[in-house]
Design a binder for this molecule. Structure first.
Ligand SMILES: CC(C)(COP(=O)(O)OP(=O)(O)OC[C@H]1O[C@@H](n2cnc3c(N)ncnc32)[C@H](O)[C@@H]1OP(=O)(O)O)[C@@H](O)C(=O)NCCC(=O)NCCS
Length: 182
């Protein structure tokens, strides 16, 4: 395995927990005035990366984002509040949980709108993967998230292996016609 093994201390969940709030503007919305799903995914990726940066203190790339349900619409003028928390650190990868709520600023109400699990991989500027600090799960909730993340990783790895076996990497996009080639 080719990655840099820098010995680094264990960090707590609280060390990297992150939060961001976004005011939804017309530019973020679809033709019905609701927040675009892709824009919400962008916010989820950003707040997830914040926790991953804080835990690993190096560059990270998003390796995967698990299944997302868009539970309720978010409207122009709403505030979206997103919180991210490290669930588990593996060797060079880490799972971060993100939860998003919408705040109706006029009614003063909050509603859960989406949750997701993201895996980030730590890399050096050269692109080489780098080992990350261990995560110390302390509370009963943190321990539950830690154990659940282990089960999801097993499921993800099995799925990845299944896909790799059934879809070997393509050398060329199927049906792609290059200019000058017949
Ligand atoms: C993510 C990436 C670095 C993995 O590289 P790779 O050579 O396939 O690495 P490996 O298969 O050896 O796996 C490396 C680590 O990533 C994890 N990993 C790889 N693919 C993964 C996936 N799809 N989901 C979750 N974790 C994944 C592995 O479990 C492993 O973790 P560990 O070191 O903690 O055990 C590589 O695929 C990549 O650079 N992807 C593009 C990332 C990017 O640009 N993201 C922005 C979206 S456009």
């Amino acid at each position: 395995m080719d990655f840099a093994d820098h010995s680094v201390p264990t960090r707590s969940v609280a060390d990297s927990q992150s939060e961001m709030t976004e005011l939804i503007l017309p530019n973020d919305a679809n033709t019905l005035g609701n927040l675009l799903g892709g824009r919400l995914m962008h916010f989820i990726d950003l707040v997830g990366a914040m926790a991953a940066y804080r835990h690993s203190r190096t560059h990270v790339v998003t390796a995967s984002m698990d299944h997302i349900d868009f539970i309720a619409p978010v409207h122009v003028g709403d505030l979206v509040i997103l919180k991210s928390s490290m669930n588990r650190a593996f060797t060079t990868s880490m799972e971060v949980g993100v939860k998003a709520w919408v705040e109706n600023t006029i009614a003063g109400t909050h509603r859960h709108v989406a949750s997701a699990y993201l895996t980030f991989v730590a890399i050096e500027p050269s692109g080489r993967r780098i080992s990350i600090p261990r995560l110390q799960a302390e509370t009963s909730e943190e321990i539950r998230h830690y154990e659940d993340a282990g089960r999801r990783r097993e499921h993800r790895q099995a799925e990845l292996e299944r896909k790799r076996a059934s879809h070997p990497p393509e050398k060329e996009l199927p049906g792609l016609v290059r200019p000058g080639k017949s």
